[in-house]
Design a protein around this ligand. Structure first.
Ligand code: TXA
Ligand code: MG
Length: 318
């Protein structure tokens, strides 16, 4: 487990332009100094991202970002209610912001989040710098929810991995775009639509895929190796099963998201279960139906992407 001296070492590495993976309440992030262009470029290189998708900038508290983004009244209300926590806000970027332009990837916006995890908070306060951090997986893989997942995938591409144990939520943050009059939910995530809409009113869902504002919205984004069959009512003998509730009989291998149909437990287990099923002897995965309520919306979103046909190019994946 991580000690104070690990956090101090991590902060020094970050200020030196190096990359450090750290836990958040959602998933592990691959962090770099958000004001350092070279550090941000090396994040894209480490992930093997084929294109520069915009990155979320993390800070210990909202005031740190006053020089970087324009707070709207709705942004302030959402921040007061849900931060620190699993919510990312896409806001207008200020012209004089010192945040690397690479974080915005050519957009006039910046995605910002205040994470709740104690280790993430300590790291941000020790480094005294906002940190850009995408999920700490290689491009095209599901997000890591343990330090071991990060080490398996990034190995020597990251200088240090801070270990905070398994992530409590296990799903990425919900991304809300406040750039237009009408707020939009660009990515369903760890904060439910129901909780958000109490503040925002009805949220438009994302964008059409022709002009993605949030690349994470594209179909075929989170992709384990074997094909997925959703809403399965039965299992074929050669299929593995991703179960929700009492497992269907007859599967070659079963991973349970939640025996008791608890969506919070299912979210926390989802990515680790998909990783365990991503192996050569699993040729197909049947997935039991999951209700489209609360965290079920984000879980189903990730499963639909994992099940989507995959074109030869993997450009859309981060
Ligand atoms: O929970 C999380 O959000 C994790 C932890 C580490 O904070 N981070 C994460 O980052 O999932 P990443 O890079 O894997 O996903 C960020 C999502 C992508 O879908 C990206 O397209 C979107 O946020 N995004 C980032 N900046 C944006 C912007 N300026 N406008 C629209 N979408 C943006
Ligand atoms: Mg990601």
């Amino acid at each position: 487990m991580t000690q104070q001296r690990d956090i101090e070492r991590a902060a020094r590495l970050l200020l030196d332009g190096k990359l450090v993976a750290f836990p958040t309440e959602t998933v592990y992030g691959l962090g770099g100094d958000a004001t350092n262009d070279r550090a941000i470029a090396s994040i894209y290189a480490a992930k093997g991202r084929p294109q520069f998708n915009p990155l979320i900038v993390h800070a210990a508290e909202p005031q740190v970002l006053d020089k970087d983004v324009v707070w709207t009244p709705l942004a302030e209300a959402l921040a007061a209610r849900f931060w620190p926590g699993p919510l990312t806000l896409v806001l207008r970027r200020r012209a004089n912001s010192a945040i690397s332009l690479l974080c915005s990837a050519g957009l006039d916006s910046l995605a910002v989040r205040i994470p709740a995890h104690g280790l993430a908070q300590e790291l941000l306060r020790t480094a005294r710098r906002p940190l850009a951090a995408p999920s700490a997986n290689r491009s095209g893989k599901v997000s890591p929810t343990t330090a071991a997942h990060v080490r398996e995938e990034l190995q020597d591409r990251v200088q240090l991995v801070l270990d905070g144990g398994p992530c409590a939520l296990g799903l990425e943050s919900s991304v809300v775009d406040l750039m237009q009059d009408q707020p939009r939910l660009l990515r369903a995530g760890g904060l439910t639509r129901e909780a958000l809409e109490a503040f925002t009113g009805p949220l438009t869902k994302g964008l059409d895929e022709a002009s993605p504002r949030s690349p994470g919205q594209l179909a075929s984004h989170y992709a384990p190796g074997p094909p997925l069959r959703l809403n399965a009512a039965s299992v074929d003998a050669e299929e593995a099963l991703l179960a929700f509730g009492t497992p269907l009989p007859g599967a070659a291998r079963t991973e349970s998201l939640s025996e008791t149909r608890d969506l919070t437990e299912a979210a926390a287990r989802l990515f680790a279960a998909l990783r365990r099923l991503d192996r050569p002897d699993v040729t197909a995965i049947a997935v039991m139906p999951i209700p489209e309520i609360g965290l079920g919306e984000a879980i189903n979103d990730r499963l639909r992407r994992a099940a989507a046909p995959r074109p030869g190019d993997r450009q859309s994946q981060d």
